[in-house]
Design a protein around this ligand. Structure first.
Ligand code: SAM
Ligand code: SF4
Ligand code: SF4
Length: 300
C-alpha cells in the first residue's frame, strides 16, 4: 500500500474512533447476481441473473466515492461473468483506480481465467480440499487450480466460508495458500445462516475449534489475512452489527453493511469476519488496531 493511501485511511480511522462517526469507508458494488455455479451455501445467485450495464455501475462507483468510500469491492454473482460490449471486470477495476479508490478488490469463484493485475486483491473462493470444495461448489477445484497457476499476477487471496461441510478443511486451504506462488494469503468467514441454509451453520464449540486451527496455522507461519484478536468475539457472536463503515450498492439500492441486512434476524448470527474486524476497530479496540495495521501492511 502507498504511504499516502495508508495515511488517508489512518486519518479516517482516527476521526471515526474519536468522534464516533458513522461515515462509510468500505463499499461493494454488485455487478450482477448471475452465476455459473450454484453453491450449496449460497442464497444470492441467479435471483434476477441481470448483468448491470457499464454506465449504471460507473454511476454507482461515483455515488460510493462521493459518500467517502475509498476501499472498493466488486462482488456478485460471478464478477468475471460481467461484461458490457467489449468491457470486462478488468475495465471496471481500472476505472475505479482512476476515480481515486485507494484499494480495489474483486471477489470471484475462480472458474474463469484470471488476468486482473490492476486489482489490489482478488478474493478467490476456495472452500476446502478438493473433496469438500467440490461438494459445495460442484466439480470446479481442478479448473480453479489451473487458473491460479496461469494467473497474470500474484494478487490472489483465498476466501473460505467455513460451514458444516468443510469445517475440517481449514488446514488444507492454509497450506495451499502458502504453497502457491500467485496466492498471497487466505481470509476466512463463518457461514452466515440465511433461512435456506441454516443447516450449514456452526455451533459456538465448532467455531472455537475452527479458530484454534486458524491460530495454530498463523503460529506456524501460514499466511492468514484475519485478526486473531477478533476471534473471541466471532466465536461468542458478541461483536457489534451492522458495520456502519461498510455499504453495498446493488441496482441503485444502497444498504448499510451487506445486502443481507434485509434478512430479518440475520445480523445476530453474522459470520463475516470483516464485520467483526471493522466494527471492533472503529470501537477503538487497541489490540485490533495494532493487529490490523500489521496485517494490512503485510498483505495489501
Ligand atoms: C456471494 S459470493 C460472490 C462472488 C463469487 N461468486 C464467489 O463465489 O466468490 C461472495 C462470497 O460469499 C461467500 N458466501 C456465500 N454465501 C455465504 C454465507 N451464507 N455465509 C458466508 N459466506 C457466504 C462465498 O463463499 C464467496 O466467498
Ligand atoms: S460462485 Fe459465488 S455467487 Fe455463485 S453460487 Fe457460488 S458463492 Fe454464490
Ligand atoms: S452484520 Fe448483518 S448486514 Fe452485515 S454482513 Fe452480517 S448479516 Fe450481513
Amino acid at each position: 500500500m502507498k504511504f499516502s493511501s495508508f495515511w488517508q485511511l489512518a486519518t479516517f480511522g482516527i476521526k471515526t474512533i474519536l468522534f464516533h462517526k458513522k461515515d462509510p469507508i468500505l463499499g461493494t458494488v454488485i455487478v450482477t447476481d448471475k452465476c455459473n455455479l450454484s453453491c450449496k451455501h449460497c442464497s444470492v445467485n441467479n435471483i434476477t441473473a441481470v448483468i448491470y450495464p457499464y454506465e449504471q455501475i460507473k454511476r454507482e462507483m461515483q455515488t460510493l466515492f462521493d459518500m467517502g468510500v475509498r476501499i472498493l469491492f466488486f462482488c456478485g454473482g460471478e464478477t468475471f461473468m460481467w461484461q458490457d460490449g467489449a468491457k470486462t471486470i478488468r475495465d471496471l477495476v481500472i476505472e475505479a483506480k482512476q476515480m481515486g479508490f485507494l484499494i480495489v478488490n474483486v471477489v470471484t469463484n475462480g472458474t474463469h481465467p484470471i488476468d486482473l493485475p490492476e486489482a489490489d486483491l482478488i478474493l478467490l473462493s476456495l472452500d476446502g480440499d478438493r473433496e469438500a470444495h467440490n461438494q459445495i461448489r460442484g466439480d470446479t477445484y481442478d479448473t480453479i487450480m489451473h487458473n491460479i497457476e496461469n494467473a497474470t499476477a500474484s494478487n490472489i487471496c483465498f476466501y473460505m466460508a467455513i460451514n458444516q461441510i468443510n469445517k475440517h478443511a481449514i488446514e488444507s486451504v492454509c497450506r495451499k495458500a502458502h504453497e502457491l506462488k500467485n496466492v498471497r494469503a487466505v481470509s476466512f468467514n463463518f457461514h452466515t445462516p440465511y433461512p435456506d441454509t441454516k443447516q450449514l451453520k456452526l455451533s459456538k464449540a465448532e467455531k472455537q475449534s475452527c479458530c484454534d486451527t486458524i491460530t495454530r496455522m498463523m503460529n506456524e507461519g501460514m499466511p492468514v489475512f484475519n485478526l486473531k484478536s477478533a476471534f473471541p468475539y466471532l466465536i461468542s457472536g458478541t461483536f457489534p452489527t451492522p458495520c456502519h463503515q461498510c455499504v453495498v450498492i446493488e441496482n441503485g439500492k444502497i444498504s448499510t453493511c451487506g445486502r443481507c441486512i434485509s434478512v430479518p434476524g440475520l445480523c445476530s448470527e453474522c459470520g463475516y469476519f470483516f464485520v467483526a474486524e471493522y466494527t471492533l476497530l472503529f470501537k477503538g479496540k487497541i489490540k485490533i488496531i495494532l493487529e490490523m495495521l500489521r496485517t494490512y501492511l503485510k498483505y495489501v
